[in-house]
Ligand binder design. Structure first.
Ligand SMILES: [Zn+2]
Length: 145
């Protein structure tokens, strides 16, 4: 049994991630014992399974998890009404539903991704990046700070 946990280290460094991004090809039982948790809401409401996001239960806010999940499923979710996305995230727990509600713009927009409340923001982790807030989640997946 390996003593280092590359998946756990990756998540600690980079925040919530998809399986594709993780250095391990799977989540092991040991990873789960280390706190690796799957965000995998039931997505029957919009047809097919979404891309799962893995995170550390102790370390990561629901907002970070939901932001990564929205990004990972952007093409699938962009035509889905906000209330469905909020309900889907909320099926995992209320705090995820609340996070989705805060991340997505009000009902009535054509696409939840095309018009949010976008502000200029800086990376909380490195000094090198600033940009529109809707790009921060993406940057955090690549951030080396
Ligand atoms: Zn950064």
């Amino acid at each position: 049994m390996e003593r280092t946990q590359p998946n756990v280290e990756y998540l600690q460094e980079h925040g919530p991630a998809t399986l594709e991004e993780l250095p391990g090809s799977q989540i092991t039982t040991h990873n789960k014992m280390e706190g690796v948790t799957t965000f995998d809401p039931h997505t029957g409401a919009f047809g097919r399974q979404s891309t799962q996001v893995y995170y550390l239960f102790e370390d990561h806010d629901p907002a970070a998890v939901v932001a990564r999940w929205l990004k990972a499923n952007e093409s699938q979710l962009e035509d889905t009404p906000r209330r469905i996305i909020v309900r889907t995230a909320g099926s995992v727990s209320d705090e995820f539903g609340d996070a989705a509600r805060e991340l997505l713009p009000e009902e009535g927009e054509d696409s939840p991704f095309s018009h949010g409340e976008i502000t200029e923001t800086e990376c909380p982790r490195c000094e090198d990046w600033s940009g529109p807030s809707n790009r921060l989640a993406k940057h955090l997946t690549e951030c080396e700070g």
